[in-house]
Design a protein around this ligand. Structure first.
Ligand code: ATP
Ligand code: MG
Length: 196
């Protein structure tokens, strides 16, 4: 009994070790976090922390920014090694000005492209950029082109609901966060430290 458990664990260890040995490539990867559940932008923040711990430079562009600054933006503004650009328009249903939203989106995209061209930046976060594609504010082809042409060791994290097929295709790691329940549906307002 004990012996067969040991053998099974040994086989498992051999398999895992062989997989670890096989994964010997280093390259910049694209992580795409999508889906309707909570946890996409805050996960991006986790990867920013990890990157900063290794003295990597980080570029963040937040698309579709509401009026209220979130805790991570307040924190990131004081971080050496982080360049952050917040799109100044709110959500479309707040501003109700498509022309203005589009102009702000393109402004933010110029900043994002600068980050995607800069080999000094190890991690680029394009927060909520999926909406720019679904609203047709930024040409998807131009996003794909900038992502494909970026420095080869640069990582990118993309977040936002309803990611397009092409973004899913170009990403190396894709996770869909599923909503099971959210406190907001029980009329609990967004909480500092958790939601903003
Ligand atoms: P977070 O920034 O907390 O990781 P997110 O990036 O996954 O969330 P977004 O769609 O960008 O989710 O929404 C941001 C805000 O909306 C957060 O305050 C979050 O708690 C809230 N939120 C996320 N998902 C839901 C949901 N299913 N129902 C209600 N509110 C949500
Ligand atoms: Mg988000």
């Amino acid at each position: 009994m004990d012996n067969s458990y040991k053998k099974r664990m040994q086989r498992k260890k051999e398999y895992i070790d062989s997989r670890i040995d096989a994964a010997n490539i280093d390259k910049g990867i694209i992580v795409l976090l999508t889906g309707n559940g909570k946890g996409k932008s805050s996960s991006a923040m986790g990867m920013i922390c990890r990157s900063l711990a290794y003295d990597m430079k980080v570029g963040v562009v937040r698309f579709l920014k509401g009026e209220q600054a979130s805790g991570e933006d307040i924190f990131l503004k004081n971080q050496k090694g982080v360049s952050i650009f917040l799109m100044k328009a709110g959500f479309t249903w707040d501003t109700q000005n498509k022309q203005l939203d589009m102009e702000k989106a393109l402004e933010a995209w110029v900043e994002a492209k600068n980050f995607l061209n800069d080999p000094e930046i190890g991690l680029v976060v394009l927060d909520e950029i999926t909406y720019m594609v679904s609203y047709n504010y930024i040409d998807e082809k131009s996003i794909i082109k900038a992502l494909s042409g970026r420095p080869k060791n640069q990582h990118v994290v993309i977040t936002g609901r309803a990611a397009s097929k092409n973004l899913i295709e170009i990403a190396d790691t894709v996770s869909e966060v599923k909503n099971i329940k959210h406190a907001f549906s029980e009329n609990i307002r967004a909480q500092q430290g958790i939601d903003l």
